[in-house]
Design a protein around this ligand. Structure first.
Ligand code: SAM
Length: 456
């Protein structure tokens, strides 16, 4: 089986693999690169990605080192074969809910506009990573974002070889990150599979389960991720009656406390009472390791109920964390700023006319940048930026620098300002962590003493 591009990427882009197209700093679009066997319906450019920065036949995206910049095609792909391409390509390349910056000029819209767009822009073709997937995946639910899952994965001790239980799978954002964290090679046989890192993911919503299952196969992650259609409150976490032998658990569920009694060492009822009629019940946990859990809940009431149930069931080291991630945008602001005066700068445009002027100038600057972009220009810019910032900075309020050289390039003029991002790419949730120690009896104590004699 081909390796997953998330785990063992090829050095160059290849047909039938996922690529993440970077349209701008914050806009990414996932596509499956397709090789067109010659022309599609007689149109030489074949399958094409259409974006606001121009059209990119897949043939121009193939065989490149990951991270390559690709310029838009000079061919006006918009004025031909529209219906054919709409049927064939739009499915894959229509922007997703968080991806509105993608193909926003549908093949059927103004050919003149598209012809102008052709060859004016560029994109980067990036290799899939869980972080990029999180930024571009089709949202079916709220998802766990990178700042949260990077912290969660280290707290639950996810590392190559770890076996993780995850519920619910949702849109698969956490699933992809955890698959990379636990990956320790593809299993070569069923028995080998037991010794490998693996993610056991559960989802009770049928359409979501089906989408996830298909995505995992598309991304060649089967063998590392096993998705099960299941209501975990009712049915717990065994796979065909067998234990996943997990030592790490992540619950992103509306009522995690409803599922906790299934994560015990002995068959336990909700509220912590041992089930006397446990029969040959197996624990889903690895008996030889402590289990580390994280639950993810937006409300403090959910946290309280979860903590009560965790305590009742014997979990220890319970604590709660909230990740407050905030990005800062650093930019130059020229509107309303006199670049020769020393004091009293206003970062805000004085009135509506100025605001419109500023918007137009920002737009033009972006367009100019995309048109004029060349590696020489970029390297010139970074050299001259260092000159200005280091030799003639002027400070305003301690957080900005003003270039006063009129001969400076456009993008170095104005004052450097920072603003916090409006939209936080993480929805605030409380993370509850806890540990369930492995069971200890006389035999375990003897074995431990034999292995590590006191003072030895
Ligand atoms: N962590 C996911 C991600 O990063 O994409 C998002 C999870 S989403 C917020 C919660 C999911 O839990 C939903 O897809 C929902 O269908 C599923 N779910 C809710 N109750 C469940 C249950 N009892 N058993 C299994 N899945 C459940």
């Amino acid at each position: 089986a081909r390796p997953s591009p998330f785990l063992e990427p090829t050095s160059t882009t290849t047909p039938n693999t996922l690529a993440i197209i970077s349209l701008s700093k914050e806009h990414f679009q996932p596509i499956t690169l397709q090789e067109s066997a010659g022309a599609v319906d007689g149109y030489a450019e074949g399958v094409t990605l259409n974006t606001r920065f121009g059209s990119f036949p897949h043939s121009t995206l193939l065989g490149l080192p990951w991270g390559s910049q690709v310029r838009a095609s000079v061919v006006d792909t918009g004025s031909r074969g529209r219906k054919r391409r709409r049927d064939q390509v739009e499915d894959e390349e229509t922007p997703t809910s968080n991806q509105d910056d993608g193909n926003d000029t549908p093949p059927s819209s103004a050919p003149a506009k598209r012809a102008i767009a052709a060859s004016s822009g560029f994109v980067y073709v990036l290799r899939p990573t869980p972080e990029l997937w999180t930024s571009s995946l089709p949202h079916r639910t709220q998802v766990v974002y990178t700042p949260d899952y990077s912290y969660i994965l280290q707290r639950i001790r996810a590392r190559p070889g770890t076996r993780i239980i995850e519920a619910g799978a949702g849109s698969g954002s956490f699933t992809h990150a955890s698959a990379r964290a636990v990956y320790s090679g593809y299993p070569e046989s069923d028995s080998d599979s037991d010794a490998r890192g693996k993610v056991f993911s559960f989802e009770f919503h049928k359409p979501r389960f089906e989408k996830m299952d298909a995505e995992i196969k598309q991304h060649a992650l089967q063998g590392i991720v096993q998705v099960t259609h299941r209501d975990v409150y009712e049915e717990g976490f065994l796979i065909n009656g067998t234990s996943p032998q997990a030592s790490a658990i992540f619950l992103d569920l509306p009522a995690p406390w409803e599922a906790l009694h299934h994560l015990a060492r002995r068959k336990t009822l909700k509220g912590g009472k041992l089930d006397e009629h446990s029969g040959d019940w197996e624990s889903p946990l690895d008996p030889n390791k402590s289990a580390h859990i994280c639950t993810f809940s937006p409300c403090i009431e959910q946290v309280t109920r979860t903590v009560t149930e965790l305590r009742t069931l014997g979990w220890t080291d319970i604590d709660m964390v909230e990740i407050a991630h905030r990005g800062f945008n650093i930019m130059r602001d020229r509107a309303g700023v006199s670049i020769t005066s020393e004091k009293g700068f206003s970062a805000q445009p004085a009135d509506v006319t100025e605001a419109v002027k500023k918007l137009k100038s920002d737009l033009k600057r972006t367009q100019d940048f995309h048109k004029a972009q060349s590696s020489q220009l970029v390297s010139d810019a970074s050299e001259s930026k260092m000159d200005v910032d280091e030799s003639t900075p002027e400070y305003n309020g301690g957080n900005s620098r003003i270039s006063t050289k009129n001969e400076d390039p456009l993008w170095l003029q104005g004052r450097l300002v920072h603003r916090t991002e409006n939209e936080l790419k993480t929805h605030t949730s409380y993370l509850v962590f806890a540990i369930l120690p492995c069971e200890w009896d006389d035999a375990a104590e003897e074995a431990a003493l034999a292995k590590w004699p006191c003072g030895g």
